[in-house]
Design a protein. Structure first.
Length: 195
């Protein structure tokens, strides 16, 4: 019940924040429905409405982060960025934002996972050098990264835990280690932290 009260307060604050906009959207409509259900004592419907609002907010955040994925580096082509959200039943929920980059047979994918409760525990693991698991520790634009690269296969990945809220992975096949690092450097960590 206390958790439900927090969601109602949060929803009311969001309505107040967005009430100055003239365009009503699904989020505002659903929050108003949640408040109406709460006033009627229908807590199950209130909870369902608030969970729906949270999913819509995750989608909006994912769409916003999509615009922050870097453009293709020189000589490369980028596909359109993708954003997917998973409900709390799937791996604790969360959003995954990704973009694929190609150059001849080379491929690099940047993937950002956010809003998942699993990230908190993972942040402690990735921040501990003991868990580098054969990877090299390095800072990329002041952020701790684990770089794993197989020179024979010309494949690898760069993993960065950003602000304990974003798991960023830069994976590549038929690429140089330098390509992977350059794509990691192209990510605007500061703007992502602002989300």
């Amino acid at each position: 019940m206390q958790n439900l009260s927090k969601k109602i307060i949060y929803s009311t604050m969001l309505i107040a924040l967005f009430s100055n906009t003239m365009v009503a959207d699904d989020i505002l409509d659903t929050m108003q429905e949640a408040i109406a259900s709460y006033k009627k004592g229908d807590y199950i419907q209130t909870k369902d409405d608030l969970e729906y609002v949270m999913e819509l907010l995750k989608q909006k955040k994912g769409e916003s982060i999509k615009t922050l994925l870097p453009d293709a580096l020189s000589g490369w082509k980028a596909e359109e960025a993708q954003s997917e959200t998973a409900g709390s039943g799937m791996f604790g929920g969360g959003s995954t934002i990704s973009r694929l980059y190609k150059k001849d047979k080379s491929k690099v994918t940047i993937e950002i996972v956010t809003d998942s409760p699993l990230l908190q525990g993972l942040g402690a693991v990735l921040g501990n050098p003991m868990f580098a698991n054969g990877g090299k520790l390095r800072r990329i634009k002041h952020e701790k990264a684990i770089i794993k690269y197989n020179a024979k296969r010309k494949s690898g990945n760069v993993t960065i835990m950003l602000d304990k809220r974003f798991l960023i992975s830069v994976k590549g096949t038929k690429v140089s280690e330098e390509d992977l690092i350059n794509y990691a450097k192209a990510i605007d960590f500061k703007k992502i932290k602002e989300q």
